[in-house]
Design a protein around this ligand. Sequence first.
Ligand code: ADE
Length: 418
Amino acid sequence: MKHDVKSLTLAPHGKKRIEWADQFMPVLKIIRERFEKEKPFRGARITACLHVTTETANLMRTLKAGGAQVMLVPSNPLSTQDDTAAALVKDYGISVLAKFGENRQLYYKHLNAGLDQKPHITMDDGADLVSLLHSKRKNLSSLVWGSTEETTTGVIRLKALAAQGKLLFPVVAVNDAKTKHFFDNRYGTGQSTMDGIIRATNVLLAGKTVVIAGYGWCGRGAAMRADGLGAKVVVTEVDHIKAIEAAMDGFDVMPMSEAAKIGDIFITLTGDIHVLRPEHFRKMKDGAIVCNSGHFDVEIDLKGLKKISRGVKEVRDFVTQYTLRGGRRINVLAEGRLVNLAAAEGHPASVMDMSFANQALAAEYIVKRHKKLDNEVYSVPQNIDEKIAALKLSSMGVTIDRLTAEQKKYLSAWEMGT
Ligand code: ADE
């Protein structure tokens, strides 16, 4: 079995952590048990390009239980948990090519090796595999039945590809499922981002001014949790409607040129490039902490920061300090990559349970339906989304009301008014 992991001696630690996460993934477990019996992926090869975490490990186990030949490659050079990768290879017989801290060259070597198995289904978190299948590895694209995409940034890239009429196989946008982005993006990112900042710096958030760039689902989550920890929250936005929402949620809203002067901690979650750039760094307070929780490491202009700095040094794990010419210091966390996955463990398993239940069921949907699908970006079918919600609620021991016959009739009628 092909593998490239840091060390297989890390496997026992990884196995324990995978089992721990599994306790909080009851929906995925139900799916795994069904897959074990039905083997929906018998004969299928799946290459997954996802963050190599304990939660992803449980998704990989689920796909394997369904009969797939699975390969896992990283979706970010700084998110791999080496012990998890080792346990997947040693204890679960799953092929993994991923090492924490790998450089760009090794990253693409791993992705290409993942494609060498000629997958029928690919899973992406950020669309790097699909991008390769539309460029250097285009010759393999005709073998692909379909792909799934985990994240907002990836869905944006794929929709751009589809809009140009260039998408070569169908894609299911897992991110667009309600049971994904309402929870993973908001509560998952909210908690794991604070976790990453705290683990990297041990800074006290109470009383600090935290600037949140971007008020999408991830930004909303981060703002909510920073607020809950006692920070003063400032939001920056480019979208009028989201800016109103942030203001009505009780946060100060202003341009980054203003926020830069007052922030203690800056978190980018926009999905866009150079949200923080030299014009902002120059205004920041001495000791400002800057980090990113958006998918790619493009949101903070680190090259621009380096250019205006007289020195750069590591001052703590995951903290790089840039000293500007005037002497002010800016602390960048996790090299501007996803702080929640690099400095912490990513989203907790309870929330990844729903995200990865969507991944598993979307892959099954592709197996069953790919011949009827066009080369478009599809949403997760509503019945799958609802089923996952019902299973999650039940696992939480929560029951809800049902519509009475009278209420159902009322909701489908137009006659009854004032
Ligand atoms: N994305 C965010 N958190 C994650 C996690 N724990 N596992 C996999 N992907 C993630």
